[in-house]
Design a protein around this ligand. Structure first.
Ligand SMILES: [Mg+2]
Length: 188
């Protein structure tokens, strides 16, 4: 089978939210306190945490995506609103890698609706069987992508409560870089 495109969920699949957000809010609060701001470190921390999206890509994401981009179309299907999705892509340095970026605003439906996936296929001009979808949520991501006819890969590292019974994906990766192997297996 010839693989032509790879679609990704964004939050937790490509982006590392929680760990980094916590760390950077903590570091910023410490620095602000040191600089003489009169709020307590805890207050500062909480304010920063609430107000900012501090985001970085997961390890190896940029390297792996840049090399996959030489051969495949790469796109995003996310439930995030358009503005948030682009903000996160730009902050994490991933914004130039994808077309299309399908956000909530494009179909006004969240996954597991099939519409966001169908729109991505339409914009990429590919058939479902030519596409691999990678996401961290077994229900919202994998089940719906399967219904559309895509190959599916579960990003197990992003699952909060991973359970084998819920995982109906064709492939499962424990680290992002394992995606290279999955793609090679599919595309022969
Ligand atoms: Mg996700």
């Amino acid at each position: 089978m010839a693989l032509k495109a790879i679609l990704f969920d964004l939050d937790n699949t490509l982006l590392d939210f929680s760990g980094f957000k916590r760390e950077s809010a903590f570091a910023a609060a410490k620095a602000m306190k040191k600089a003489g701001i009169t709020l307590t470190e805890k207050d500062l921390y909480e304010r920063i945490f609430k107000e900012y999206d501090c985001i970085k890509p997961r390890q190896k994401v940029i390297q792996v995506l840049s090399s996959l981009k030489r051969k495949y179309k790469l796109g995003i299907v996310t439930d995030a609103p358009r503005e948030k999705a682009w903000q996160r892509l730009v902050l994490s340095g991933l914004d130039a890698l994808f077309y299309p970026v399908v956000t909530y605003n494009d179909t006004l439906e969240h996954k597991p609706s099939l519409k966001p996936f169908e729109l991505a296929l339409f914009l990429m001009k590919v058939k479902p069987e030519e596409v691999l979808f990678v996401g961290d949520n077994p229900e919202r991501d994998t089940i719906s992508a399967k219904k559309v006819g895509l190959h599916t890969c579960l990003a197990e590292y992003g699952c909060i409560d991973y359970s084998e019974e819920l995982n109906v994906a064709d492939f499962t990766i424990k680290r992002f870089e394992e995606l290279r192997g999955t793609v090679n297996t599919l595309d022969d």
